[in-house]
Write a new protein. Sequence first.
Length: 233
Amino acid sequence: MSVNPVIVLADLTYAWPGQALCIDIPQFRLEAGERVYLHGPSGSGKSTLLNLIGGVLVPRSGQARVLGAELGSLSSAARDHLRADHIGFIFQQFNLIPYLSALDNVLLPCRFSAARRRRLARESPRAAAQRLLQHLDLAPQLWQADASTLSVGQQQRVAAARALIGRPEIVVADEPTSALDEDRQTAFLELLRRECDAAGTALLFVSHDRRLATHFERELALTDINRATRLAP
């Protein structure tokens, strides 16, 4: 087991205002470079957990440590910086800026994060973005196309490249393959795994589709680690 896990959760709880606990996780670790598939039904707290890991939400109690930083003790600005510098997100709806080109969408993290630019070493952000888009099989003639004109599969590749640029230590994917057929899901997961391996990036992939678990080193059910789901009526 790694002596430097990238994510450690301990006695982590969260409840939305006026509601019962939806997250109650005694322990969870994601090791450096590890690929973990986390599955659970709708309403089991998947997106809430990802927002806690990303520092968008603050725990009610317990610890959420990301790269050694205790998120609950950081200011909102510090959590924003940590997320921008070290975590790549692939959202279910991709969240691309529709009027920007595919290439400019990929470049956004490097514009907000000096740390991501530094990790590119001698490669320029533009060259890194083009390399990722090429590796993720987006045709060069589409790089300058507005994101709004791309197909779902093409937008997905752009979202993955945006998450991976600047070699973040962690990539978090929230149901990014839900709109794809089985063949396209498999192809995308192979591409994503290859890129994470090349950068030494840990991957936490959240979905409800158990068929995808074979692409990962470790499979977990959120209902097994989240006591709040077991206590729900």
